[in-house]
Ligand binder design. Structure first.
Ligand code: AMP
Length: 113
């Protein structure tokens, strides 16, 4: 998608603070961190949101969870972490390319799951 900022990051057209990349996904630090550790795991394939996952494309999303498990070790998140994917307007999704926020580095509290 030519006007998608995450597609531009994946294509190398926009800079990012990248933690990880493989054939199916990238992970980079959020520019507005909401916790001491806050990065995004994003499939390279453009899927708009969780609502657009189908049997045909679900592998791309599932792969992100393998990456999250790997990065939890790489980034030493042994104290725990939270994974969030905002989907649609009411959830506050601002970038319409599916992504998983990984938050850690402090006690995140009981609010909002
Ligand atoms: P969401 O609001 O759930 O769609 O999350 C989008 C996230 O992308 C927000 O937390 C933004 O701070 C983050 N973001 C937007 N542009 C960039 C960028 N160029 N590099 C890193 N993070 C970004």
């Amino acid at each position: 998608m030519s006007d998608c900022i995450f597609c531009k990051i994946i294509a190398g057209e926009l800079a990012s603070d990248k933690l990880y990349e493989d054939e199916g996904a990238v992970a980079f630090r959020d520019i507005h961190p909401q916790a001491p550790v806050h990065f995004l795991v994003v499939p390279k394939r453009h899927i708009a949101s969780v609502a657009e996952i189908t049997p045909e494309n679900s592998g791309a999303a599932a792969h992100c969870f393998e990456v999250i498990a790997k990065l939890a070790v790489q980034e030493k998140l042994s104290g725990g972490f939270r994974v969030i994917s905002n989907c649609g307007e009411n959830a506050g999704q601002t970038v319409p390319h599916i992504h998983f926020h990984v938050l850690a580095g402090k006690t995140l509290g009981a609010a909002m799951v």
